[in-house]
Design a protein around this ligand. Sequence first.
Ligand SMILES: Nc1ncnc2c1ncn2[C@@H]1O[C@H](COP(=O)(O)OP(=O)(O)OP(=O)(O)O)[C@@H](O)[C@H]1O
Ligand SMILES: [Mg+2]
Length: 318
Amino acid sequence: MAHKRPTVSRETTADAARQPQQPDFNDTPIAAAAARASQVLTPGASGNLPRPPELRVITVANQKGGVGKTTTAVNMAAGLSLHGLGVLVIDLDPQGNASTALGIDHRRPDIASVYELLLGEVSLREAIQKSPSNENLYCVPATLDLAGAEIELVSLVARENRLRNAIAHETLAEFGIDYVLIDCPPSLGLLTVNAMVAAREVLIPIQCEYYALEGVGQLLRNIELVQAHLNPQLHVSTVLLTMYDGRTKLADQVAEEVRNHFGNKVLGTIIPRSVKVSEAPGYGMTIIEYDPGSRGAMSYLDAAREFAFKAVAAEGVQ
Ligand SMILES: Nc1ncnc2c1ncn2[C@@H]1O[C@H](COP(=O)(O)OP(=O)(O)OP(=O)(O)O)[C@@H](O)[C@H]1O
Ligand SMILES: [Mg+2]
């Protein structure tokens, strides 16, 4: 049986006049993303960010698992480094996800990692690796050995200060580092305490989901304890809302609740939930490398920019 030919509706002259004669390919979402990507990746196109008046050491912490700590640490780092700033990510989680996302092979048996650094067996200089993502981006990787460190550290002298003592400032200066971001594991154990003693600022990523603020009270109490006994300079400088899904009312409610709680510490930029963001680490890339024109990349770039300018403005006021 012959197939029935589809009926083609005849356009009237008025209809034809309303249609563009040539399809405008620049209006397609893919073309727009490509234009954004080339803008992002053209050196200097979006301008350099201001250097902080002094080295900023930030611990990215939240003992709740899967809230976007690692994603935030590596992508903020990538955003800052893209704008000409020197950034070091210290991976303090035995899972080694930050190392993976920064393209560092942390499963090689012979690598000097943060574990050896904490035990004093290697220097910072020996443990630093350059990320293939960016000229200005470095990482101290984590290996599975770190899983035993929580217990091994207990018997060591100055066990809470190991990381702080290991971060040699002359090495940071030599590598031109302006920012150190420490990616914490999802616990409040000795590794996180080491990160809090080594840093001056805490960046708390909060997922726009049910029970977002669950456990945050406990985190804040721990920060106060570290501040009182070990590191008087420590403070929460920044809160970043992550995995925002604009289709749900809940996401807006969480965002509002977090803003009521933390006020202007919350960055205006919110990171949307996006499949691309979760795909990037599987390719050993940051989202800015993996899909520079995507919403996820743009939002982390915006967050990095806001983060850099906010601190410089705050220093200016003091
Ligand atoms: N904006 C986002 N959109 C979609 N997926 C995301 C986003 N941010 C993070 N993810 C994904 O959510 C998961 C948890 O994120 P991530 O590993 O950054 O959290 P974490 O707080 O470091 O977790 P952990 O507590 O295990 O260390 C990962 O699979 C990550 O790829
Ligand atoms: Mg993590």
